[in-house]
Write a protein of this length. Structure first.
Length: 364
């Protein structure tokens, strides 16, 4: 799964992407510095890996990974082709969730495409362009769906009133994600192939400057208030500071973080929140060669979790021996976990929990 970084030009998207991935994407003070999307892989920080190794000696730790796409800046009129907008909007359609970077700092040396800094206006600009694009998609789809419904297509019969409702709300400026609570899970599943961009979950990234690394200023507060009204999440990041931290050796980072009143890079928090918003969780395998965090969707079964390691594990799944990270922290060894009756044999119906540690038994 992928999460895409979006926002207006010159709000710090590529700077944050570079710091997250060390990918070296072009970060420049002019619009459309990013034309083709840059793709990077980010390790999801998880201190449970080190804690597991305290109890289970291992040569290597392997964190979960997150794919991040740096998408070019969207400008007013993008849905009509402004600023190569149609091309850039198609990149958003392909990701699973959105990191919306919002500029929350003043600064005369960094140009703003709108001529002034206003985070709420900027959020509205992006939302409006995505709403227009979704309107175009749904209006093109509805006639075809109506024909299929008249022919008796079961999915189309369900979809027609849903898409008509979506069109009506989009025309009022309401995003699809704001409507999803009104739809049943099976209806949402039918909507998904339409690729509606405003249906994607959004994580706001308030990009601040070095004078306000904790995001206490009024511009950030505006974004926080907006996110609260949407039941959304905001992560405060100083892109410039994070870029500098990413270039430092590990032994020097702690001192710099302390100088700014931070206990860890803000990008650690950002990676973890992005992982959650994609609906992902981690389970672990642990042995002498490696301790690894595996990425699975929330709600995945034990066979599906095994299949992430190898498809043969899912096909030939017999059972899993499972305990949780919390059990290991309490009992310290697998032998003690077994003695306490906390090591469980789980079958195909078991739903994996975040922090499970698993051993799989399977036939080939």
């Amino acid at each position: 799964m992928e999460i895409g970084i979006v926002g207006l030009p010159n709000v710090g998207k590529s700077t944050i992407f570079n710091a997250l991935t060390n990918a070296g994407a072009l970060a420049a003070n002019y619009p459309f510095a990013t034309i083709e999307p840059n793709v990077g892989v980010v390790a999801v920080p998880d201190d449970r890996l080190e804690k597991i190794r305290v109890c289970i000696a291992s040569d290597k730790l392997v964190p979960a990974l997150l794919r991040v796409v740096d998408i070019a800046g969207i400008v007013r009129g993008a849905s009509k082709g402004e600023g190569l907008g149609n091309k850039f909007l198609s990149h958003i359609r392909e990701v699973d969730a959105v990191l919306h970077v919002v500029r929350c700092f003043e600064g005369g040396d960094i140009t703003h495409v709108e001529g002034s800094v206003d985070p709420l206006r900027d959020i509205d600009t992006i939302d409006t362009e995505l709403i227009f694009a979704d309107l175009e998609t749904t209006e093109k789809s509805i006639d075809k769906l109506r024909k299929l419904a008249r022919a008796g297509d079961k999915d189309a019969l369900v979809l027609v009133p849903i898409v008509e409702t979506i069109i009506g709300n989009l025309q009022k400026g309401i995003t699809v994600r704001a409507m999803l609570a009104n739809f049943k899970p099976e209806e949402i599943k039918l909507i998904k192939p339409l690729g509606l961009m405003t249906s994607k979950k959004v994580l706001y990234v308030a990009n601040v400057d070095e004078s306000d690394p904790l995001g206490k200023g009024p511009l950030v507060q505006k974004v926080l208030d907006r996110a609260k009204a949407e039941n959304g999440i905001v992560v405060v990041v100083c892109g410039k500071l994070e870029a500098e931290l990413a270039e430092l050796p590990p032994e020097d980072r702690a001192a710099m973080l302390s100088d700014y009143g931070l206990h860890e890079p803000a990008l650690n928090h950002l990676a973890r929140e992005a992982y959650k918003i994609l609906g992902q969780q981690s389970y672990f395998t642990a042995g002498p060669m490696e301790i690894r965090a595996w990425t699975i969707p929330v709600g995945a079964s034990a066979p599906q979790a095994a299949g992430v390691i190898h498809t043969d594990f899912e096909k030939g799944f017999i059972r899993a021996e499972i305990y949780n990270f919390k059990d290991l922290m309490e009992h310290k060894t697998e032998a003690a976990i077994k003695a306490a009756g906390r090591m469980r044999a789980e079958g195909k119906a078991y739903i994996m929990q975040d922090g499970d540690i698993a051993h799989f038994l399977f036939n080939t």
